[in-house]
Design a protein around this ligand. Structure first.
Ligand SMILES: [Zn+2]
Length: 213
């Protein structure tokens, strides 16, 4: 059973459901111990049987396989640290915190798009990986991006209010309010790599979700 140790609450608990949510959020939160102040220790082979899936790849393939290899390559200088612009929101400010996101964990490993993308921390952890649990927030985020918005601009109360209203409208099945343009959008709408990502939880374990066999 995976063990979750929370530094903040100083409790250790087995919780597969929480593990799955962590896995959907991504490794980076685990590695940086930034999520809820928690650290996660996998015991034996249990990790990966029912938790940690993405695009049809299990935890062992993702974390023990490609993610560990990525860390090794970055440490040795063979792979550069992720840098902007964010492949979702286009932010180039280093304060956004760039990291790699993997869509493709098949071997031989690929270290370029469309297998991996450099994303800002917010787009990666709080939007892309949470699209299964918060689909309307993901759709509203894409609308925000398409009006030229950066993820970090959601800290602006006025911008957040607009995006929240957009999300609430689509959740109710209503036509959302138009979002004012913040800056020019250079990508072709609906042709972006993230435009048609699967949002069904079944895709997490579905072998057909793998970009390569
Ligand atoms: Zn971003």
């Amino acid at each position: 059973m995976p063990i979750i140790h929370c530094y903040l609450s100083s409790v250790t608990m087995p919780d597969t459901e929480f593990m799955q949510s962590i896995a959907e959020i991504g490794f980076h939160a685990i590695e940086s111990r930034s999520l809820l102040g928690c650290d996660i220790k996998a015991e034996g082979e249990d990790m990966g049987k029912d938790t940690g899936w993405y695009n049809g790849y299990c935890w062992k393939e993702r974390y023990n396989g490609k993610y560990k290899e990525m860390q090794r390559l970055i440490a040795s200088g063979e792979l550069p640290q992720a840098k902007g612009p964010c492949a979702i929101c286009g932010d180039t400010d280093t304060k956004a915190g760039f990291e790699y996101h993997d869509e493709d964990y098949s071997k031989p490993y690929s270290w370029v798009e469309p297998a991996i993308y450099a994303l800002c921390h917010h787009c990666h952890i709080y939007k892309l990986h949470q699209r299964f649990a918060r689909p309307f927030a993901w759709q509203a985020h894409i609308a925000h991006v398409r009006r030229g918005g950066y993820a970090r601009e959601l800290k602006d109360p006025n911008i957040k209010k607009e995006v929240d209203a957009y999300r609430a409208a689509i959740k109710r099945g209503e036509t959302p309010p138009a979002l004012r343009q913040l800056r020019p959008y250079t990508k072709t709408i609906r042709k972006e790599w993230f435009a048609d990502l699967r949002m069904d939880k079944a895709s997490l374990k579905d072998p057909a979700a793998r970009p390569r066999p």
